[in-house]
Write a protein that binds this ligand. Structure first.
Ligand SMILES: Cc1cc2nc3c(=O)[nH]c(=O)nc-3n(C[C@H](O)[C@H](O)[C@H](O)COP(=O)(O)O)c2cc1C
Length: 325
């Protein structure tokens, strides 16, 4: 699959995820085989106003390439200007978020709100294209609700505009995260449009990735599956190449990765901000591990790194002793 000069066969992509897909997490996923990275979304108006926190979201580093910076908004002048800003920031390409379902964003016509007004959707994409020389991609959903599956029309429109690739989260805006992603739309999109297609939604195992590649998709994007297991990229590539599974990461692997991720996050944002913001990651690393209620309570209270590392090591020792008994 090609995005401008980038050419990767069946790329495995890390999804843009607000407050998750930051530099420390992107680096881990890249080491674990993610081929294409996306930043979390950045609001075009805030970029134009040079808001410090939003400018922080578009910082990318050479070890993360190839990487897209994701923009959202619907103000055409701001989008055009913001496209120039993220190009300056060093994006390899620009992705436009046309799929965010969150009420305050979608109901004001940004994100998935664009699925209710395809003329506006087109104007938004044209504005970004005007503002940059970089390739532009789009990430969206199937439609606003199940009375308005507009994705086939959208794919054709984006192909005509010269958009380099389309990621589809196979749910409607109304669904949010409920129900199951409906991958049956993917081959139908391929039938009506030649735009490179990245499948997204509920791809959480190597078999899921193989299923959507077998349906004709050009790439796969993984979000929550990577929060639970950043190893998923390497495991999926191995499965696609050999048809065989690598052994699951052990609890020790999970705890070591959690500590490494925590340490990187603290190095990136400092202890005062890095420790509390890391709390959202424990559930992923400890998913499926039994008897973690006390551990989780402690982890949510610590404000410094050292006691967290000590507590995680102690949990592992006790767990191993329990297993051996
Ligand atoms: C915590 C979180 C934050 C997200 N933030 C963004 C975002 O900034 N931009 C975006 O396009 N999608 C965002 N998403 C949606 C994901 O990119 C993805 O489309 C969705 O989670 C479905 O994929 P999955 O089933 O692999 O998780 C977010 C999802 C999660 C769980």
């Amino acid at each position: 699959m090609k995005i401008g000069p980038i050419d990767i066969h069946q790329p495995l992509c890390l999804a843009p995820m607000e407050d998750v897909s930051d530099t420390p997490f992107r680096r881990i996923c890249k080491e674990q085989g993610a081929d294409l990275l996306f930043t979390e979304f950045a609001n075009c108006e805030a970029l134009v106003r040079n808001v410090k926190q939003t400018m922080g979201k578009i910082q990318v580093h050479d070890g993360e390439r190839p990487i897209a910076i994701q923009l959202y908004g619907s103000g055409e002048e701001s989008l055009e200007q913001a496209a120039g800003i993220v190009q300056e920031a060093g994006a390899d390409w620009i992705d436009i978020n046309c799929g965010c379902w969150v009420k305050k964003i979608a109901t004001r016509g940004d994100g998935a709100g664009l699925l209710r007004d395809l003329n506006k959707f087109q104007a938004v994409v044209e504005s970004v294209i005007r503002g940059t020389d970089l390739p532009v991609t789009v990430k969206t959903r199937l439609g606003w609700d199940d009375n308005s599956f507009v994705i086939l029309e959208v794919a054709q429109m984006l192909e005509a505009l010269g958009v380099a690739a389309l990621t589809v989260h196979c749910r409607t805006r109304k669904q949010g995260y409920t129900g199951k992603a409906d991958w049956s739309w993917l081959p139908r999109i391929k039938e009506v449009s030649a735009i490179p297609l990245i499948a997204n939604g509920d791809i959480a195992t190597p078999e899921d990735a193989k299923t959507v590649f077998d349906m004709g998709c050009d790439g796969v994007m993984i979000g929550r599956g990577a929060i639970h297991s950043p190893w998923i990229f390497r495991y999926t590539r191995h499965f696609l190449d050999t048809g065989e599974h690598l052994p699951e990461p052990t609890l020790k692997d999970r705890i070591n990765m959690c500590i490494r991720h925590l340490t990187d996050s603290v190095e990136f944002r400092g202890e005062r901000r890095g420790v509390p913001s890391f709390r959202r990651h424990y559930a992923g690393y400890l998913k499926g591990v039994r008897n973690i209620a006390n551990l989780r309570k402690d982890l949510m209270q610590f404000l410094e790194v050292a006691p967290i590392i000590e507590r995680l090591h102690r949990f592992l020792e006790e767990y191993d002793a329990d297993e051996a008994a």
